[in-house]
Design a protein around this ligand. Sequence first.
Ligand code: TXA
Ligand code: MG
Length: 314
Amino acid sequence: MMRTFLTDSPGEAAGYIRRGGIVAFPTETVYGLGAAVFDERAVAAIFEAKMRPADNPLIAHIAEIGQIGELASEITEHARRLIDAFFPGPLTIVLRKSDRVPLIASAGLDTIGIRMPGFELSQRFLKECGTPVVAPSANLSGRPSPTTWQAVYEDLDGRIDCILKGNPTDIGLESTVVDCTGDVPAVLRSGSITLAELLRVIPATIMPDIDAPDAPRSPGMKHRHYSPAASVEIVLRAADAHPGERSAFIGLERPDGAFESVLICHSVDDYAREVFEFFRECDRKGISRVYCQSVADEGIGTALMDRLRRASRG
Ligand code: TXA
Ligand code: MG
């Protein structure tokens, strides 16, 4: 058990990274758990702290576009256009990795996910680190991604060196992941940058069914994910949710009856921002069933429905 240091200074937090430590930090999507990408021991410590399966690759976070050259062996034309359109922002591009990136970071793959967060505090932190920082979401493996520093603390206090405290995250769901190594870009994970937005930049972009047996490899998507301890049931209308013992509801309409916890969201954006923290709140209260109202498959609704479906299988 190590002592986890809490700070709101990006410079102080970056000092732990420079000394080979692991540090949780906020981004616009969710909090990440970072280590210097070229430091194999530090990267290994991330897998240990999170109890993350070794076959699940990490995303490298950068402060400057120039750092992509340290991580990728080639920047494809598709990647270049997506970088111009969406960096910095909630988009991860997958490229062939350079030899310098240790295999432990890419979980043995010859590719690496790269993302430049747009959130100002993340940028200040990453600049001070002076190196690309690999970071999965800063939760214990299998739990909902953390959208507050308190959620990181709940999972990882005593297991990591430092938490850079920031505000709750803006978006609340993880970045859109796009594989740029093939003939056409392929969306491996949906996020707040939608397929429609990607299509405007590269009309050939595809979104394969990532759960199909012949889907392109995105190792993380096969693991149990995003789940509260409670069972999750997706309902079309609030009226389809039935209050029982220890039940909760989250959605856009008010349900009938007495649920132990109810969160009515004003918009799909709010729903996306709140859902993981709501799942955690349900766990703290010992809720056994969470009803989640479905939303339209458009905008961030696509990513939200993806996470709800995965949680409902957990
Ligand atoms: O918004 C985010 O992306 C957050 C913040 C912290 O940046 N990070 C995040 O990381 O969600 P993580 O490790 O929880 O999820 C990474 C996802 C996994 O599904 C993983 O399989 C996929 O990205 N991924 C990473 N590298 C990949 C690669 N080289 N090829 C295919 N998929 C990859
Ligand atoms: Mg994760």
